[in-house]
Design a protein around this ligand. Sequence first.
Ligand code: GLP
Length: 254
Amino acid sequence: MNSTMPSVIIARNAADAAEKSARIAAEALTAGEVLGLATGATMLPLYHELARLMAGIHLPHNGVVGIALDEYVGIAPETPQSFAHYVKKHVMEPLGLTPERIVIPDAMAPDRAAAAQRHENAIRNAGGIGLQLLGIGANGHIAFNEPGASFDTRTRDVELAMETRAAQAPQFGNIARTPLRGITAGIGTILLAQRLLLLATGPAKASALAAALEGDISPACPASALRLHPAATIICDPAAAARLTETSRPDRKA
Ligand code: GLP
């Protein structure tokens, strides 16, 4: 694949970044596209705004609407820290969707390789992902594709980086209780979506965003894979954009 620069939009602030992202997601849903769902704190204002924009709008089909990127291994869907719970609370219920319209990797399955394959099949059976929403980890991860993951990876069982576990530990009480593994869509899986939309807000994401856009296109920074996708957009706030140079800052171009 040839490399190409994602469109970079620097919003006025985090709320504005979430609103701009939500509008794109609402248009995709209204057009009948399948939405790829990221989790994390960054996405919460996006989903809040998405529910507001979609109120009273009937989706044009009865099939799968949203497919989650990842899930912690060993965390049951009913558990508040699970991504299944997150998606139910912030996407499924606010959009008035029934459970069969949302797909989440089954990370409680005894055979995780089979569960990962079922997830890939579910994406294919849904007709592929139209718009894939993405967050970014402070170490440059996308979904649970940690640094080192190759760009042709598909959905699979992975070990979480210590940095990722440390970032999530407050939700689980302490690092010892934080899951060690996850099932995640691969970078190759993500790159198959028609369009990618990465939302990054806050100073903790500034280094990762600069590495993704201006460093080498390399598994060392999983988010740099967005530069291999022909239709990737990054929406960020000024804090997350703070380390971008002229190369990727649209507001600094002549
Ligand atoms: C987790 C998720 C990612 C998400 C990241 C950032 O690791 N697997 O998909 O992008 O967290 O989360 P936050 O938005 O809370 O910083």
